[in-house]
Design a protein around this ligand. Sequence first.
Ligand SMILES: [Zn+2]
Ligand SMILES: [Zn+2]
Length: 98
Amino acid sequence: MVNVYERNPFARKQCIDYYGIQCQVCNLDFEKTYGEVGKDFIHVHHIKTLHQIQQGYIVDPIKDLIPVCPNCNSMLHHKEKGVYLSIEQLRERILDSH
Ligand SMILES: [Zn+2]
Ligand SMILES: [Zn+2]
């Protein structure tokens, strides 16, 4: 489900150092919510689709990656009527649902 860039531990760390550990879609903070067991549980989502990636591409941990919880990450990898939703679109859905 996740692509190779989302599993790169160095890029992941730089991304989280920059954005923080909360999900950037729904604001879930695993450690705050679940305690110690939730530490380091956040995923990072790779924003570019694989077909947008050129040969020799090097991931930019700030521009190309974003911390998200596994639920939001799954939603970002799930198409709606054939298209992926963006981070902003998902955020709006969550706001609308409250
Ligand atoms: Zn989330
Ligand atoms: Zn992802």
